[in-house]
Design a protein around this ligand. Sequence first.
Ligand code: ADP
Ligand code: ASP
Ligand code: MG
Length: 448
Amino acid sequence: MLVMKFGGTSVTNPQSVAAINTLVQREIKRKPILVVSALSGITDLLVKLSHSILAHEQDTLIEQIKDKHTLWINTIFADNESEKLAAHNTIASYLTQLKNLLHSHNFVNQLQLHDSVVSFGEMMSSHLISKYLSSKGSLAQQVSATECIITTKHFGGADFIDAATKKHCKKTVLPIVEKNIVPVITGFIGATQSGETTILGRGGSDYSAAIIGYALNSEEIQIWTDVNGVYSADPRVISDAKLIPQLSYQEAAELAMFGAKVLHPRTIQPAVKTGIPVRVLNTFNIENCGTLIEHNADNDHGLVKSVTWKKSAPLINIYSANMFLSKGFLQKIFAVLANKNISVNMLSASEVSVSVTLDNIGKLDEALVELNKFAKTDYIEGFGTVSLVGEKIMSTPRIMQDLFDIFDSSNIGVQMLSYSASNINISMIVPSDKINEVVPILHRKFIN
Ligand code: ADP
Ligand code: ASP
Ligand code: MG
């Protein structure tokens, strides 16, 4: 079995939609399982919709969502009247369900409603792609991941539950594959044990694909996107960025965690458990070899492979007068953050203070209240991270010296610096408005 995930642009653009069909037919013997994102821009509209309370605003947003799907249907099914009509009807019915959902009072809180609302993007795209494939002669069937990815109750950014997900994937997806039908599974979403819809966090369809690949022990997980693979920096920002043919799991995980949008940060986590290779490929250039991510990547040890950045890295400084010799202070901090579903990216500690940058802000207000019970906190915005990633990065000659020279001559203050024990990442916290300036300099120095 082969898991193939197609992102937003890939399921929207007519050229890449045709490529999906070509790929499915080419790989049919390997039993492809598709995971799809919502059409481009739909999740953003649904997020807005979930926050809007004014009826006319909701109507406008639903109309925009409808228009994008209508355009898709009229283009992709241009010469197939019966498919066109059926697809319009199904989308209309999804939108009616969506409106009803907005007016229902079955939700415990806003986050839970939000997850149910945004799940419609993937529900609609998976329906359309499965119908498209069927119209081209491949047997395909839509599958909702609420039937197979079982998650925690962390609405907005849930995590999968291993045993339950394996059991449900086998029960739901395998019988379809065994009948030689291609499952077209919704990315991004899952459901709790009691059936409430959850999402896996923005950009989470990559993670969905990895979870399904892991649960069904697929031979490979392919992430099909709109660039040739993973580059030494975002190729849309750094025009001479280089394609990286191979990466280790750890490098890929660090790259994603520290800002490379091409992979959701948690994608590698399930794949690495059983060593399933992950390939990042381009739907607009299907003959390209892309980037292969696996255990024993043929590594140029000691070289910086990539420069990544995050424009925003919310920071909390936590001070305790009692930290001197106090036991369990860090443990208490991490317990509070974990409880509020907040994960930490970077940490630096002195005897009286701890600074952490946050990967997501989860229930930040509640976390600050808890932390203030035993410490004093400052929450600081306006900073971001810039990271260099590569196995054995510290063996790069003069790396620290060069870094300090660059920041010094650009007159950019580094608020915090950290390099991981795994010797794979050096990250710096710098003012967000300086990131555009420093990234090309770092890329020129360490990659080109
Ligand atoms: P999809 O909709 O297929 O999931 P995304 O927009 O989430 O696509 O991710 C692909 C985008 O990631 C690319 O268009 C590119 O601009 C961006 N990107 C950021 N960093 C990198 C990188 N290091 N290598 C490749 N692409 C990157
Ligand atoms: N549609 C979701 C998003 O835009 C998930 C994804 O595209 O991966 O975040
Ligand atoms: Mg993505």
